[in-house]
Ligand binder design. Sequence first.
Ligand SMILES: C[S@@+](CC[C@H](N)C(=O)[O-])C[C@H]1O[C@@H](n2cnc3c(N)ncnc32)[C@H](O)[C@@H]1O
Length: 282
Amino acid sequence: MTIPCFLQPNTIYCGDCKEILTKFPDACVDLVYADPPFCTNQNYEVSKEDEYGTRGFEDRWKGGIQTYIPWMEARIEQIYRVLKHSGLFYLHCSIHAGHYLKVACDKIFGYENFRNEIIWCYSGGGIPKKDFPNKHDTIFRYSKSKKYTYNPEYRPYTKGTVKRGRTQVKGKYFDEGLRKEGTPITDWWTDIKYIHSPTDKERCGYPTQKSESLLERIIKSSSNPNDVVLDPFSGCGTTIAVAHKLARRWVGIEISPVACNLMKDRMIELDANPNVIERSLE
Ligand SMILES: C[S@@+](CC[C@H](N)C(=O)[O-])C[C@H]1O[C@@H](n2cnc3c(N)ncnc32)[C@H](O)[C@@H]1O
């Protein structure tokens, strides 16, 4: 079988992202957002079965972090290879393995290409009895070179700032007055929802589903229309759905056939006409 041209827009690959990525040519995607299993030692499962089957995935690693990190490194190496010279990589992590993954990414991308450690703060969910509640995820942002897309995002000024004006600081970056677009979003994201509620309209019933507003911020700030956006751990397809809505070309890879079907139907609902490639590309 010939290798399908992945660059045809709107393709979902069902399989292991490492195997699939090795079949892609070098330097062919503009933006990668990866939200892999976090090494939490848990199984994520939605118990209710429907036409898709039980939704979920396993995040247990025999050998723990010592097994998980080389597994991730092998996939990040492929991500690095398929990224264009001007590309950007976002790696979504949690407290479980984030620090180890930062070291792995520094090695693969080069320490000098580390751009941001984004802290996504949220609320809701459980409260432990003996620890501070952990209510943030970390998203590492890497470029492949010094040339990459950055479309700044803004939020409205607070009422206090509007009344008082901007606080004066010395230095070359100070310019007086309020900007008409608002204040630039920093690396501290507190305005993005976490999907908790069972009645949330976005909810697909897939565990660990991320909100569309999170992906909107990443895709808008780091790519332009018609760019190719890749998600190698697509889950129920949040990245590719948002990429499609924002007129980007997209590629989703996912190992769970249940999630692939869910993602396919999500894209059909958006009239995205997805190509679905079910098995390895041999
Ligand atoms: C944290 S979830 C992603 C959730 C996704 N961001 C969303 O909004 O729905 C991680 C996903 O990675 C998938 N996965 C695990 N190992 C994989 C592999 N080797 N290749 C591709 N996907 C994999 C799991 O099945 C799971 O759906």
